[in-house]
Ligand binder design. Sequence first.
Ligand code: NAP
Length: 261
Amino acid sequence: MRFENKVALVTGAGVGIGKAIALALAKEGADVIINDINGESANAAADEIKKLGRQALLVIADVSSEDEVHNMVEKSIEAFGRIDILINNAGISDQIVPTLEQKVDRWQHLMDVHLRGCYLCSKETGKYMVEQRYGRIVNIASVVGLGGLPYRTAYGPAKAGIIMLTKNLAIEWARYNINVNSVSPGYILTEMVQKGIELGVADDKTVKRRTPMGRLGRTEEIAEPVLFLLSDAASFVNGANLPVDGGWTAFGSYGDAFEIP
Ligand code: NAP
C-alpha cells in the first residue's frame, strides 16, 4: 500500500471529489482527517473510512476562517502527532451571472473559501510539515483557472490564484522535502454539477461537446492522479499543475462551443 502510516487531511471531504480522494487514500493505507463545513455527509464519509480499517477524524471547520483552520490543524496534530498529506479541495460554485449583476459579497466569499482557504490550510499544516521535513500537498484547482469562461469572475481568478499559490509554496518549501502540486479537473459529475444540470445553470450537452473525450469525468478519475502526485513515483514533481480534463485544456479555442448567453 502506497500510503501506509501516513496521515492525510482532506478539506471538503464529505462529498464529491474530496470524498473520493479521502477514500482512495484510506484504501492505500492512510489515516484520514475529514474536514467539511457540513456535518452530516462528512460523518458518513468518516464512517466509510473506518469501515476500511483506517482511523478517521472528523473536523467540522470553515476553511476560510483563520481560527477554525488553526483549531482544525491543532486537533489533528493532537490526534495523530503529524500531518503528511494535505488536499486543499473545499470549494463552492460561482453565481454564474453577468459580472454587473454579481454580488460583491458573493465574489469575496468565493475568493475566501477557495484562495484564502487554500492559503490558510497550507500555512497551518505547513508549519508541521516544515518541522517534520516531509509533506505532500495537492491543491484542487480547475480548468477554469487556466482559460476564461463566461460568468466565472470569482471562480476563475480564485482557481488561477491557487495554481500560482501552488508554485510559490513549492519553491519556498522544496528545501524541506515538501512537494506542492495542483490538479485542474475538467467537468466532473459530482452532486454539485448534477444539481447545476438539473437547475439549468450547467449545460452538460455543451460540456460534452467541448470535451474531446465527449463525457464528464468521474470523481475516481481525479482521485487517482492526485494519489500519483502524492506518491513516491512523483517525488521529483514539484510546483506542477496537472489538468485532468478529458482533453479540455488541450482544445485551445472554444469560442464556438461556449456562446456568451
Ligand atoms: P462538492 O461536491 O460541492 O464538494 C465540496 C465540499 O466542500 C462540500 O462538502 C462543501 O460543503 C464543502 N465546503 C464548502 N465550503 C466549505 C468551507 N468553507 N469549508 C469547508 N468545506 C467547505 O464539490 P466538488 O465538485 O467535489 O468539488 C471539489 C473541488 O473540486 C472544489 O474545489 C471545486 O471547485 C473543484 N472542481 C470541481 C469540478 C467539478 O466539475 N465538480 C471541476 C473543477 C474543479 P457544502 O456542500 O455544505 O457547501
